[in-house]
Design a protein around this ligand. Structure first.
Ligand code: DC
Length: 214
């Protein structure tokens, strides 16, 4: 079974995907980390994430980098969003994601284009979203909790900028697949959001079984 989870930054899709993977006992790939690794590599090489040829050079990285907490910073998220605009970068990361999705037994993948591009025939597709304000509050609380000095308006502005870049790029923009279930987490606790996500996946799977010819 393949479960595709897409949505904008800080929508809760990461936590939901982790819980789905646990519940359905499937391996999980956070595909944002691949783009983050490329962004990190480009900056380390002194390149410009807005330039396709520089970004492409960043696609060669050691797999161990994906476990490095350095990738999780807001700054690297911004570089990731920039490198992800380039079609050549998306192509370079495509096979790795498809191989993971179509492994025996299935998988959960979270990202921006899993249900539309990487695994268009996934068994269940969720598009997780929340208002920009709610997402900024979550990000703000998270960063304050880590002891970082942050300004709420800067975080909100950054989220809006990333939404705009991720949604309006020409290749594989952030958008729900036509057959995705929408999950708006604005007014939900993470626990409630996870329960709904599990129910949505179960409904999809049982619906599909009911349609299978006997
Ligand atoms: O999910 P995240 O915040 O870690 O993703 C960082 C950036 O990577 C995001 O702003 C856009 C890009 N990305 C993408 O284009 N496609 C994906 N499947 C995952 C992430």
């Amino acid at each position: 079974m393949i479960i595709a989870v897409d949505g904008p930054t800080a929508s809760g899709k990461g936590s939901i995907s982790r819980q789905l993977a646990k519940h359905f006992q499937l391996p999980l790939m956070d595909t944002g980390l691949l783009y983050r690794a490329v962004g990190w590599m480009v900056v380390q090489m002194g390149g410009d994430p807005d330039k396709e040829e520089d970004a492409l050079k960043g696609c060669i990285f050691d797999g161990g980098l994906l476990d490095d907490p350095v990738l999780r910073s807001e700054g690297i998220g911004g570089y990731a969003s920039k490198v992800s605009v380039h079609p050549a970068v998306r192509m370079a990361l495509d096979k790795r994601q498809r191989d993971f999705a179509y492994q025996t037994g299935g998988a959960v993948l979270d990202g921006r284009d899993i249900g539309t591009v990487i695994a268009p025939d996934a068994d269940a597709k969720l598009f997780v979203t929340a208002s920009a304000d709610a997402r900024a509050v979550r990000r703000f609380d998270e960063m304050i909790g880590r002891g970082e000095m942050v300004n709420f308006d800067d975080i909100l502005a950054d989220i809006l900028k990333r939404d705009e870049r991720d949604s309006n790029r020409s290749t594989a923009p952030l958008k729900p697949a036509e057959d995705a279930d929408l999950l708006d987490t604005t007014d939900l606790t993470i626990g409630d959001a996870v329960q709904r996500a599990i129910a949505m996946v179960n409904a999809k799977i049982s619906g599909r079984h009911n349609k299978d010819p006997a």
